[in-house]
Design a binder for this molecule. Structure first.
Ligand SMILES: [Zn+2]
Length: 397
């Protein structure tokens, strides 16, 4: 975790922490180590996020959060907090990525490219504090070039502050069950697919075919069932970038698309992730919008055991997180193959964090939904529970 504090147009203070991941999430994928260079050994003995969290809030002191590609940072912040049942305060986040996109013309808008274009000093990319300092410099430089002295002026009039769009959404639970299937209206609409005719093939990891079609329409495109001379984009769910090369074996749809492209038809073959990138929405936002539809009709929903177990805990001398764990866990133990998320009926993958698995929840979002519904029911039924640790004092330093 790296932070840089801005006051009066300058960086006045920085801070960084090495944090030990919680048990069960302490796998160091070589791919990630290659990016940030942090190994298990380096965080051996480092504090947990639960210990660092109040220090971070204290450093922030109620300020706005700004990051480059902020949806990623915000999602890590939220997921790490969810792993400890920490209560995240309402915070506004701004993203320098869309601001840079709006004000600069570059081939790539990743942090090093933007920094270079603005003539900023070199830095060690993916080192947390250096990234934070560089994001702060980018913000200050873009603000200076625009002649404004507040981020609200930089972002609001142009409508370019992206994630999230209103105060409080850091802790605002997604998935209120209020959207119909195929309703992606919670995602900002653009006409990025206008004029495109899209065909899907293979197994999509994120969506059913009907959802994928609705998504294309939301972004101004049309869809077809099979590849024709009018097709401009083929999204292949089974495309493995490592084997996608001439001479490989392709499905019928994919082969037809390749043939048409070779004959000069402007037809682009994309992976599912390529399409998501093209739409310029974060994977996180898209998953949340999809989940919102799948949890439809579940307002007022709450598994019975959550109330029964909470009632049985009356009089037990437990701390907040232990009480919460015992009240929320599924009485049948961990889910097995084929068991679904109690909230959205989605898959509970083997990689889902153990505490969410214990509750039969597929994701931090569904876990938030469970906790929200449970707290309401406990209050309505007068079930006492230990109070959450308060960070108010450090937050308001
Ligand atoms: Zn779920």
């Amino acid at each position: 975790m790296g932070l840089a504090k801005i006051r009066d147009g300058g960086i006045v203070e920085t801070a960084s922490w090495l944090i030990a991941p919680p048990e069960g999430l302490d796998h160091f994928a070589p791919r990630n180590v290659a990016i940030h260079g942090i190994t298990a050994k380096e965080v051996d003995g480092a504090p947990s996020w639960a210990r660092v969290f109040p220090e971070v809030l204290s450093f922030a002191g109620g300020d706005l959060f700004v990051a480059h590609n902020a949806s990623f940072d915000r999602s890590v912040f939220r997921k790490a907090s969810a792993a400890f049942d920490l209560e995240v305060p309402d915070t506004v986040w701004y993203d320098t990525l869309p601001i840079a996109r709006r004000l600069l013309t570059l081939g790539s808008y990743s942090l090093p490219f933007v920094a270079n274009a603005l003539g900023l000093e070199d830095f060690t990319h993916h080192e947390a504090e250096a990234d934070a300092v560089q994001a702060a410099r980018i913000l200050l430089t873009l603000a200076g070039r625009s002649g404004v002295d507040s981020i609200a002026e930089l972002a609001n009039p142009l409508g370019i502050h992206s994630v999230p769009t209103r105060p409080g959404s850091l802790s605002r639970p997604v998935g209120d069950g209020s959207r119909a299937a195929g309703d992606f209206s919670s995602l900002a609409a653009t006409d990025v697919l206008a004029g495109e005719s899209v065909v899907f093939t293979g197994t999509l990891s994120l969506h059913t075919r009907a959802e994928a079609h609705a998504l294309v329409e939301h972004y101004g495109g049309t869809w077809q069932k099979s590849v024709t001379k009018a097709t401009t984009i083929l999204v292949s769910g089974d495309l493995d970038p490592r084997t996608f090369r001439p001479g490989a074996e392709f499905s019928r749809k994919l082969q037809k698309a390749m043939d048409l492209a070779e004959k000069g038809q402007p037809l682009e073959i994309l992976t599912e992730q390529d399409l998501i990138d093209r739409l310029d929405i974060g994977q996180e936002a898209l998953e949340a919008a999809t989940r919102e539809q799948r949890a439809v009709g579940r307002a007022g929903w709450l598994p019975l055991h959550v109330v029964e177990q909470a009632r049985a805990l009356t009089g037990e001398d437990l701390n907040y997180s232990t009480w919460l764990r015992q009240a929320l866990r599924h009485p049948a133990g961990h889910p097995g193959a084929g068991d679904q998320c109690l909230r959205c009926e989605g898959m509970i993958g083997p990689d889902v964090y153990w505490m969410f698995r214990e509750r039969w929840m597929c994701s931090p979002e569904c876990n938030d939904g469970l906790k929200r519904a449970a707290k309401k029911a406990w209050s309505d039924q007068g079930i006492d529970r230990p109070s959450a640790p308060s960070y108010a004092a450090s937050w308001a330093r």
